[in-house]
Design a protein. Structure first.
Length: 108
């Protein structure tokens, strides 16, 4: 058994516990994220509102995935946004679905 396999095996029980806690306390976590976002936005005088809102949305999405709320929808296990798994944009370091990356082509 490799090092990563051993680590995964040891972390599996903790993952279940964290998932259970996220399901039980999801409302409190969401309220805490909203409160934190408001506080940071006030202290930065709205300078980073867009980034704060984006980060809060991503944190809430991660909590929903952790609590397996996306499984209740019955969409075949796809995470919000249509990607499989927890990594944004598909597979880590990969090119999801074989689509070209957004933006202009690289300069030669």
């Amino acid at each position: 058994m490799g090092l990563l396999d051993n680590l995964k095996a040891r972390l599996e029980p903790a993952k279940g516990k964290v998932s259970d806690l996220a399901q039980q306390h999801g409302d409190k976590i969401d309220r805490g994220l909203d409160k934190m976002a408001r506080t940071v936005d006030e202290r930065t005088k709205g300078k980073y509102s867009d980034r704060i809102q984006t980060g809060t949305g991503k944190a809430k999405g991660a909590m929903d995935r952790l609590a397996h709320k996306d499984d209740e929808v019955g969409d075949g296990g796809a995470a919000p946004g249509g990607t499989q798994g927890g990594a944004p944009g598909g597979t880590p370091g990969g090119n999801p679905g074989g689509t070209p990356p957004a933006g202009p082509p690289p300069a030669s």
